[in-house]
Design a protein around this ligand. Structure first.
Ligand code: DCP
Ligand code: MG
Length: 392
């Protein structure tokens, strides 16, 4: 079937389900005092970053990935707390298992988000809207968590619809409605259009999906890449024939920056390193995985490139852990060669959910201490394994 031919009669029924303010709602299950209040979860130290905020806090402009210090300024009355990632991962597993009772084809995409193929389930669950309410109720009854569901003929339309379903709702868009539904939305609402693509499009005076859909292809090719432009333009019209299951879980996650002019100042390099570590850490936690180690990449002014990596004492997903490891690697590398740097990158590898086997040890408050026996136990159990398996 050519990419943009649509068969309206045989529309698929795809659900995109996403839990509302996931970390916050899990915390509210444990502590009802948090209900109805502005709650911000994330790093609470001076370098902390917001993982998520309750909808009450979002009204003040607080959002994911913002510095916690900024969030405190915007919403000083909010309750700030560090998260319990182990708990969220366990809840996430239960959530996915509930979904599997309703469709044999469930594709988790992050800790609190999945696609379900509900095509042909009408006889079992009725109209898609009713099936969605049944699933939302099942999640609410079992876990106490609010969920939103977008329904569409494709993953793309379902995903964009679920944003409109939030919070705690259902929103359905059929294929013949998709183009009109997409047209007025800002380009950044299209999954795959990040800050860079958004900026490139703004330079072409393209701010909505309707404008993107009808823009001349030449400049778009230059802005989005020659192979990408036509594909993005079809998606901007709400056309997506991608199968449900296509993404392989990443084995590593990395981010890098090229400086406009080469940098040799340590403090400036540390600043960039910190940002990169947070970006990588966010993506890692969203994937619901942990890493066994971190690496850095440095390219010098003469284009020679080095990479250095180190295994964590125990698998983890914290920004601080990634930063501390990457920073130690940077300091060592700079001692070996102090030349100005053109590009700096950070990565995490050895990703897996198996790392969560550490749960019991994790809850040991001693596990934070380098000298604790718990850490030694972890080293014994996981140190050699991580070496023999390499990146899983
Ligand atoms: N998360 C994170 N860092 C980010 C984004 C998210 O640690 N930059 C974590 C916290 C979130 C969870 O992932 O609770 C799920 O991410 P969502 O984007 O689905 O955000 P929420 O579920 O919190 O809110 P909502 O989906 O209602 O917008
Ligand atoms: Mg969510």
């Amino acid at each position: 079937m050519p990419d943009d031919s649509i068969n309206f009669d045989k529309e698929r029924v795809i659900f995109h389900i996403d839990l509302d303010a996931f970390y916050v709602e899990v915390e509210r299950q444990n502590d009802p005092n948090l209900r109805g209040k502005a709650v911000v979860i994330g790093g609470t130290g001076p370098r902390g970053v917001v993982a998520t905020a309750s909808y009450e806090a979002r009204k003040f402009g607080v959002h994911s990935a913002m510095a916690t210090a900024v969030a405190r300024r915007l919403c000083p009355t909010a309750i700030f707390m560090r998260g319990n990632h182990e708990l969220y991962r366990n809840v996430s597993k239960k959530f996915m298992n509930i979904l599997r009772e309703y469709s044999p084809n469930v594709v988790p995409v992050s800790v609190d988000e999945a696609y379900l193929d509900m095509t042909g389930t009408e006889r079992l669950y009725g109209e898609p809207i009713d099936a969605a309410d049944t699933i939302r109720k099942a999640v609410r009854d079992a876990l106490g968590l609010p969920a939103s569901i977008g329904i569409g003929p494709s993953k793309l339309v379902a995903k964009v619809s679920s944003e409109h379903a939030k919070p705690d709702g259902v929103f359905q868009v059929r294929q013949q409605e998709a183009e009109a539904f997409f047209a007025p939305q800002p380009v950044r609402n299209l999954p795959g259009i990040g800050p860079k693509a958004g900026e490139a499009l703004a330079k072409l005076q393209i701010s909505t999906l309707g404008e993107l859909a009808t823009a001349p292809i030449g400049p778009l090719r230059r802005a989005l890449g020659p192979n990408n432009a036509a594909h993005v333009q079809r998606r901007a019209r709400g056309i997506d024939n991608a199968p449900l299951r296509e993404r392989v879980k990443a084995k590593s996650i990395s981010a890098e920056t090229t400086f406009e002019t080469d940098v040799s100042s340590r403090s400036e390099l540390e600043k960039s390193l910190k940002k990169l570590c947070e970006r990588v850490g966010t993506r890692l936690r969203k994937s619901g995985q942990r890493a066994r180690g971190a690496s850095i990449k440095l390219r010098y002014g003469d284009f020679t490139t080095i990479t250095r990596q180190r295994t964590f004492q125990a698998p983890g997903d914290g920004d601080q852990l990634i930063y501390d490891t990457a920073h130690a690697l940077l300091v060592t590398a700079m001692r070996q060669r102090g030349d100005a740097i053109r590009l700096i990158g950070v990565g995490v590898s050895g990703l897996g959910e198996q790392a969560a086997q550490l749960s019991l040890l994790d809850q040991n408050p001693m596990a934070d201490s380098d000298t604790s026996e718990a850490i030694d136990t972890i080293r014994d159990r996981f140190g050699s394994e991580s070496i023999s398996r390499g990146s899983v």
